[in-house]
Write a protein that binds this ligand. Structure first.
Ligand code: SF4
Length: 287
């Protein structure tokens, strides 16, 4: 069977990576977190994505792999959250195993919280690990780096995200156009899986949080952007026709920071009394 990169498949100029936002749980409380993962869960609260913990089903990730077989296997797939290592270890290992088994190049982005809990044989199924410092988690970054030096053969990519935008102050700016959206360098090049829904870019979930609406999720599902659509491949291949117009109009053009003409201030991430930086655990051995 012929196999395509996502770039060829979507006919876009940039290389494509797949983000898998597997959870909205996080161990730290970064100021203005894009996905509101710094805020507590509240069953009857006003914020729709903070009413309960989201934990992706391994079965949904497997469905994505099956239905997209032959497309993008060699493109990077990045497990992220929230904080991916704050999930129960068997769940995280389930994600790694299923992606690896389907021949997908899999990596993860972590703040280091429980990286040392991942057994080395599972860790070494990962192609790359982004160690993401937020300034408040240096102890976890340093402990993770030591553990990786000893046990990991893949690529370790240090990153620093020390500031965030206040996305809620940006939405409904009304300054952009659909043409700008269609030219956005993130459109389809950060294809995002919020299982079971497939999102057109990595900023979509953050925008849904900031606009406090899940209406777009419904529109995407109706348009077939879900792993439950057996024809997902055709739906994504024809993205120019199938992507709901409201995404381009009300999310990209009206509310995304990428289409706002005026610069957006950045705010430093501050320590929080409820931050749990490093999980105190016995170091993992081969599973
Ligand atoms: S939501 Fe923003 S980042 Fe995503 S494609 Fe639209 S303009 Fe680009």
């Amino acid at each position: 069977m012929s196999s395509y990169s996502f770039r060829q498949f979507f006919d876009v100029p940039q290389e494509v990576s797949v983000r898998i936002n597997a959870t909205n749980i996080c161990n730290i409380h970064c100021t203005h977190c894009d996905n509101d993962a710094h805020l507590p869960f509240s069953k009857n609260g006003d914020l729709i994505f903070r009413r309960k913990a989201l934990i992706a089903d391994v079965a949904d990730i497997e469905k994505f792999c099956r239905v997209m077989d032959g497309v993008g296997q060699e493109d990077p797939h990045l497990l992220t959250g929230g904080e991916i290592t704050a999930l129960p270890l068997p769940t995280l290992i389930g994600y790694i195993d299923v992606l690896f088994r389907h021949g997908r190049k899999v990596g993860m982005r972590t703040n280091g919280y429980n990286l040392r809990g991942i057994p080395p044989d599972k860790l070494n199924l990962l192609d790359r690990i982004y160690l993401n410092s937020h300034g408040v988690n240096e102890e976890a970054i340093s402990a993770s780096q030591d553990y990786l030096n000893e046990h990991y053969r893949g690529r370790v990519i240090p990153e620093a995200t020390l500031q965030h935008r206040d996305l809620k102050s940006v939405v409904r700016h009304g300054e952009g156009t659909v043409e700008q959206a269609l030219a956005c360098d993130l459109l389809l090049t950060t294809l995002t899986l919020l299982p079971p829904v497939v999102l057109p870019c990595c900023n979509t979930w953050a925008l849904m949080n900031s606009l406090n609406t899940d209406a777009l999720m419904g529109a995407l599902v109706e348009a077939g952007w879900t792993v439950n659509n057996p024809a997902l491949k055709d739906t994504l291949r024809n993205w120019r026709q199938t992507l709901p117009r409201e995404f381009l109009e009300y999310f990209c053009a009206d509310s995304c920071y990428k289409t706002r003409s005026t610069p957006i201030p950045l705010y430093p991430i501050e320590p929080h009394p409820r931050d749990r930086v490093l999980k105190r655990i016995p170091i993992a051995r081969e599973s």
